[in-house]
Write a protein that binds this ligand. Sequence first.
Ligand code: SF4
Length: 469
Amino acid sequence: MNVAEWINTAEYRDLNFARKALVINPTKACQPLGSFFCAAGFEGTLPYEHGSQGCAAYFRNNLSRHFREPFPAVSDSMTEDAAVFGGRANMIEGLKNAYEIYKPKMIAMCTSCMAEVIGDDLKAFISNARDAGSIPEDFPVSFAHTPSFIGSHLTGYDSMLSGIIETMSAGKFNNGWRNGKLNIIPGFDAHIENIREIRRYMGLMGVDCTVLADNSTSFDSPLTGEYKMYNGGTTLAEAADCVNAAAVVSMQAYAAPKTVGMLKTKYSQQAAEFNYPLGIGAFDTFLVKVSEITGKPVPEAIKRERGLAVDAATDAHPYFHGKRFSLFGDPDTMLGLVRFLMEMGGEPVHIVSTNGTRKFAKEMEALLASSPYGMSGQVHNGRDLWHMRSLLMTEPVDMLIGNSHGKYAARDAGIPHIRIGFPIVDRVNMHRYATIGYKGVLNLITWIANAFMDETDRKSDDPHFELLR
Ligand code: SF4
């Protein structure tokens, strides 16, 4: 047997799963990428990486390719001398250049591995840069230490969000007085149309909300012929005032635990956390919770949309029923998709999450156990896409769902691949379609059911190439 055939066998799969010292194509990115993604959601904010230039180029490249938009961010370009003597000088010069050339309203600073390995202290260095006159005394620089040898892009997103809130809200907490707004944290959601959908639903309910952080405008702005460097949708005034809201709703519990914890304990906010509420049941629960927190009822217009989604789900149910799915991605995305698939009669089989935690595994197992469609579900925490390939080749399924990196395994397994997550660099416009809300239900159903029908047509011989599917 040659190697190409051997890697498709159960024997190889067992060896692959015994692998310990190597990760191949993980389903996660590094911390500063999540920080950049978060920082882009704030008005006039320049993401700044204290560390090596190549890292910043990688984050910019990934974000630009997914969203097909320019993505401005800077680094202070630490090299060998900084690794020996520390990056203080880089920061003093870097902050001065960033402030003078790009004229931001806020700089949001994170670190690459190099700065973390040598132990650079951001707080002290920023203070040194102020003393050296690089930036004015009152110019806001939010910061987050983001060592990528632990955590993932989710950790970086969370640390930057809590860092920005802490910096901007200093001295703004009016103990006991509430601003009448609801904080909503979308999480690391590459399908940014979801933010617009959340705002639309809140508008229909008459709920005044602050989205932390609204990067939908940064990563999808109109082409007018005039370049605007900053498009973040959450104003700095909103960031400062968010500590005075009565409650916070997180759409992705695993993407912002630190921020939610801070708003809950330090600012006494009521908190509700969701795991990417995809599908009808999960989104119903989200709206009911918002209604309960704010006292605003769910209006007829939303109930009508729900009815349309239920109708579409009923029509498409036969195309999902009994189909086997493999999925990979962030913990919240996995929980959301599994719930949605089981609601539609599909069977989640392999669930791979490199940044999954023990808590996530338990939650997923409980979710799978809650439905007869979850009986074949296996949770593969900390595994990567080379493990996923072994699973697809030895325990076949009907479809793979995950970001673009799954396309090689899907091709080897000869199954369709639906792109959900980050990055999606081989399809256009996926970020411009919602996945949550009742419109999200329609989109998910359309993509998945039509892919199955395309597959049937593609594989049919002449006598079975039917008009009706
Ligand atoms: S893992 Fe560390 S060194 Fe690699 S790109 Fe991320 S921050 Fe840079």
